[in-house]
Design a protein. Structure first.
Length: 89
C-alpha cells in the first residue's frame, strides 16, 4: 500500500546540499515525490512509497548531509498524489 508523508525540515538546511542529499536518499529507498527550499529557510518534502521505506527515509532526513544541522522535522501523513520519480523543485 502506497503511503505519503509531507515533511518540513528546519535548521541549517539550505546552501549545504540538503536537497540533493534528500533526493538521493529518497531514490535509494524507491520513493517518489519532491523536495524544495522554502522562503523562510526551511525545506519542504513530499515522499510517497512503502511505509517502512518512508520510516527509513525520515531517519535519513534527520541525519542530513555533513554540513547541515537539522533542528526539527514536522511530518504529516497525506494522501498520495501519484508522483513518479523523485525531483528537486
Amino acid at each position: 500500500m502506497v503511503r505519503a508523508t509531507h515533511f518540513v525540515v528546519s535548521g541549517r538546511v539550505q546552501g549545504v546540499g540538503f536537497r540533493a542529499y534528500v533526493a538521493d536518499a529518497a531514490r535509494a529507498e524507491g520513493l517518489d515525490g519532491w523536495v524544495k527550499n522554502l522562503p523562510d529557510g526551511s525545506v519542504e518534502i513530499q515522499a510517497e512509497g512503502d511505509l517502512e521505506a518512508l520510516r527509513r527515509f525520515e531517519w535519513q532526513v534527520w541525519q542530513g548531509p555533513p554540513l547541515s544541522r537539522v533542528d526539527e522535522v514536522a511530518t504529516e501523513d497525506v494522501v498520495p498524489a501519484g508522483a513518479t520519480g523523485f525531483r528537486i523543485a
